[in-house]
Write a protein that binds this ligand. Sequence first.
Ligand SMILES: *Cc1c(COP(=O)(O)O)cnc(C)c1O
Length: 419
Amino acid sequence: MADRIYLCLAHMSGKEQDFIKEAFDTNWVVPMGPNVNGFEKDLEGFVNDRKGGAALQKAVVGLSAGTAAVHLALLACGVGQGDEVLVQSFTFCASSHPITYLGAVPVFVDSEADSWNMDPELLEEAIKDRIAKTGKKPKAIVPVALYGMPYQIDRIMEIGNRYGIPVIEDAAEGLGSRYKGQVLGTFGKYGVLSFNGNKMITTSGGGALICDNEEDKREILFYATQARESYPYYQHEHIGYNYRMSNICAGIGRGQMTVLNEHIAHHKHVQELYCELLKDVSGITVHCNPGKEYDSNFWLCTVTLDPDLKVKGQEDAYKQVITGAVGGAAGVTHAANGVHTDCEPNRNVEAVRIALDKAGIESRPLWKPMHRQPVYKASPAYVNGVSESLFKRGLCLPSGPCVTEEDVRYIVESMKKLL
Ligand SMILES: *Cc1c(COP(=O)(O)O)cnc(C)c1O
């Protein structure tokens, strides 16, 4: 067993270095090239496959990050200064931060209890209310496949179509998840993928945008490469970004594509094992596919703890200020202001997290809803209490390709010891 078990560590196929070597050998060490083209082709083949149906014709653009993909999709939907965008509140900040890059305002929509993703009823209520209050239609709808779980895309698309508002699917955590056999990210006008270090596959850092066709792809490419007009000199008639994927990163991506299906199968297997081992543990519930239409990649296994479940050491939870990032995550440079915020996980959840951490296991509370984040306190929000309640009760457990069956048994045993 490894000395520490992480949520989702990258796992290489061994082919990555061949593609990278080829890039060096042919001097394609730039943000474009054969690996980028090859990776995009591989991704197109993957996302266009429909179980039991004719293949789709979507095009894919490789970018420097999933966040860049969100940003460019919003831009392509015409989002600008003063506009509003409807976005799932229960998400990672990369779904909503780019809305603010464009001077627009995120309008947060809460989740439904089945998938934990955007509630279609609240979505429609929000659209009507925004039109009534501002006289303008929101510019886009951004549902998120949180932890890989599909959203109710049939209903969300129906609402989007009825009001004429484009849907940008944030499938950054849901690469390979399907709804009714179709890959997430291919239903809406645009679909976002991420290949960050902890996602289903990695390019070290990177992302992609799924587009309807080659013409839309060319427009995204234009904005991803500084919006250059075709003159012999630099001529600019629009503001662009430096968001193209590097040919080195794409080499890693091509290697990773050879193990994508294996990774997905592994995540699903780990999820099944958690379900089996936790099924008789009262007070702990594993989040599962809520219906037969749903086929989550189970990027992370998530559980919720009953608020009245007694956990050893819960009296001591929140006694210590966290000084760095939780678990193994890097990049947190601000120290916490104090032990508490006005919206935090229940004591029993924090006690489990601390105990697992001491046992060498990384776990993490569910993502804190954006409508409860201080930075978004001025943003309108349409809430039903679902995401806030999940945040207070939930925990993500290690699920990545490096997590073994033995690890899962050890993690569950470590949790049971606390009850
Ligand atoms: C990871 C993630 C992103 C952004 O991806 P990066 O590649 O890290 O920029 C966007 N949305 C969600 C929900 C994510 O989890």
